[in-house]
Design a protein around this ligand. Structure first.
Ligand code: DAH
Length: 354
């Protein structure tokens, strides 16, 4: 038996050493300690031995088994290490490979224009104000000096929900909401969606405005002009900006004007002047409606058509395309997220170039 044991040892240990992969090594293991393994067979034979012999041979067999198993375990670790190393080498990543094209979304031109406009107004010291899309009669009309039977209500073909609530036809209601809640000095801009029953190449039932309001003790038309001229210079990134104020009528301002933009942006599309916004000095009645003393406070307001602004800046021809959710169109006219300036990035606008 001793002999057999040393035979097993001398044949198995080199076999373990020779194994070149885990499968071979396992075959060796099974040959020794598997069901029909050599050592297993010897264990079985022990049944016929005397108690004394069992003790000595049992210990001898166990010693060989321990030694063999340790050799197999060590070899296994070595083989696994080698396998891992080989895998790491064959699977190494080539970092110089170009990456796969990514399909990332685009920023809609309206969002882009809004962000750019807000950035500029923030730099001028304006706060951002907001109001609801579903507006009540008081904020959309009444407080803006448009009483029930006022003919000007009809100019704004309104989507009503009931007698009291409607989709706001203008962002001007945010002027009221702001003045009701805040004492002057007030300097706010409010971009947002507005709605009217209209649809053709230059009108869509939903469109965007940006409203501005400045109320203080000494504000005047010259301030209004300075703010708007400065805004358009920065927004269109040119000093070639001319403005023209035409007398007009809005119930909530007196005097009221429509402002036209001249200069390079108008010439670009073969025109001398472009109608861009309504503005004026806030009517004393509106101040009163909001609980402000018109003897003490005054100010100006303006409402710019944001869609127009975006179309001019980015060369978009048809307003309706903006709201058709056509992916090809968005890919062409939209912006990569990095193009969006944030309020903290100051005036380093990139002109919306891709
Ligand atoms: N709310 C007006 C409109 O939708 C635009 C407007 C005109 C806003 C004059 C103003 C303003 O704040 O002062 O046509």
């Amino acid at each position: 038996m001793q002999e057999k044991l040393s035979e097993i040892k001398t044949s198995v240990l080199p076999a373990v050493e020779k194994a070149t992969n885990l499968a071979e090594l396992d075959a060796v293991r099974v040959g020794v300690v598997g069901k029909n393994g050599t050592l297993t067979a010897m264990m079985k034979e022990m049944g016929s031995l005397s108690v004394e012999e069992k003790k000595t041979f049992g210990a001898a067999i166990n010693a060989v088994k321990t030694e063999v198993m340790k050799a197999i375990e060590d070899k296994k670790i070595a083989l696994e290490d080698a396998e891992l190393n080989q895998k790491l080498q064959s699977e190494s990543v080539d970092v110089s490979l170009p990456c796969r094209p990514q399909n990332i979304g685009r920023i809609h031109p309206i969002t882009q224009a809004t962000e750019e406009a807000l950035t500029i107004f923030a730099q001028m010291g304006f706060d951002l104000a907001e109001g609801p899309d579903i507006e009540d009669d008081w904020h959309n009309f009444e407080a803006l000096n448009l009483p029930k039977e006022h003919p000007a209500r009809q100019m704004q073909a309104t989507f009503f929900f009931d007698n009291k609530n409607m989709l706001r036809t203008q962002t001007s209601g945010v002027q009221i909401r702001t003045m009701e809640n805040k004492k002057p000095p007030i300097r706010i801009v409010c971009p947002g969606r507005t709605y009217r029953r209209d649809y053709d190449a230059t009108h869509t039932p939903m469109f965007h405005q940006i409203e501005g309001l400045v109320i203080d003790e000494k504000t005047n038309l010259a301030n209004l002009k300075a703010v708007l001229v400065e805004f358009f210079k920065l927004f269109f990134e040119t000093d070639d900006v001319k403005v023209r104020f035409r007398p007009s009528y809005f119930p909530f301002t007196e005097p009221s004007y429509e402002m036209d933009l001249g200069g390079v942006m108008a010439r670009n599309i073969g025109k001398e002047w472009l109608e861009l916004l309504g503005c004026g000095i806030v009517d004393p009645r509106v101040l009163k409606n909001c609980g402000l003393d018109p003897e003490k406070y005054q100010g100006f307001a303006f409402g710019i058509g944001l869609d127009r602004l975006a179309m001019m800046k980015y060369g978009i021809k048809d307003l309706r395309q903006m709201f058709e959710a056509d992916m090809k169109w968005i890919k062409h006219y939209g912006f990569l997220p990095l193009d969006i300036p944030t309020v903290t990035s100051g005036l380093s606008l990139n002109g919306g170039k891709k």
